[in-house]
Ligand binder design. Structure first.
Ligand code: GAR
Length: 219
């Protein structure tokens, strides 16, 4: 089976991008990272991607003012030029319009630092602590026009400890992010994710909680 060509879209340091790049080094991984695209020229992840030998592109949203259609059409041109089949948003901090997302339906993934459908939006670590939640985690989902709302492909939970701070939570959540994003991309690239009534099934069964897997289980 030929490997799916993937674009990773970033706005910042790109640690999830690195997790995807690392996973794709395995010969039997079903996807290759063909390009990393950033909407910000100063995104730290661009240098990391280049150092890993991956092509990088910048589509600077500020050059398009309020014109989201033109920004997205520039983005689309880049994706087409690399013959991209799957898009992974990895800390990409721009909302995409329904018009763009329609072109990528069920082929665009996002990672969110919380257990969706709870804690959509920004500052999730602060907000879970304020809510006195006991469990936190991360979610990979298909992107739909409504923010952080698409069908869930992979999710992993972590316990919140009494002495946790935003910083300690960020570290532990990021660890599970780096585990579930390569897993979710693998499942999508292998065509093992089906949609039924707006929910994902993996090989025909509901999505498991990744924390049920032992750390040594293959992903
Ligand atoms: C990650 O925690 C990701 O889940 C989050 O931004 C961080 C990016 O880190 N994404 C969002 O909040 C999307 N709304 P990274 O650049 O090191 O991957």
């Amino acid at each position: 089976m030929s490997r799916k060509r993937v674009a990773v879209l970033i706005s910042g340091r790109g640690s999830n991008m690195v997790a995807l790049i690392e996973a794709a080094k395995a010969k039997d991984y079903p996807a290759e990272i063909a390009v990393v695209v950033s909407n910000r020229a100063d995104a730290g992840g661009l240098l990391v991607a280049s150092a890993a030998g991956i092509d990088t592109e910048i589509v600077d949203h500020t050059k398009f003012g309020q014109d989201r259609d033109r920004f997205e059409s520039a983005l689309q041109t880049v994706l087409e030029s690399y013959r991209i089949e799957i898009v992974c948003l990895a800390g990409f901090m721009r909302l995409l319009t329904a018009n763009f997302l329609e072109k990528w339906q069920w082929r665009i993934l996002n990672i969110h630092p919380a257990l969706l459908p709870d804690f959509k939006g920004l500052d999730t670590h602060r907000r879970v602590l304020e809510a006195n939640a006991k469990i936190h985690g991360a979610t990979v989902h298909f992107v739909v026009p409504e923010m952080d709302s698409g069908p869930i492909i992979a999710q992993a939970a972590i316990p919140i400890r009494p002495d946790d701070s935003e910083e300690t939570l960020a570290v532990r959540v990021l660890k599970v992010e780096h585990r579930i994003y390569p897993l979710a991309l693998k499942l999508v690239a292998e065509g093992r994710v089906q949609l039924k009534k707006n929910r994902c099934l993996i090989d025909g069964v509901p999505v498991p909680n990744v924390t049920d897997l032992a750390p040594t289980d293959p992903i």
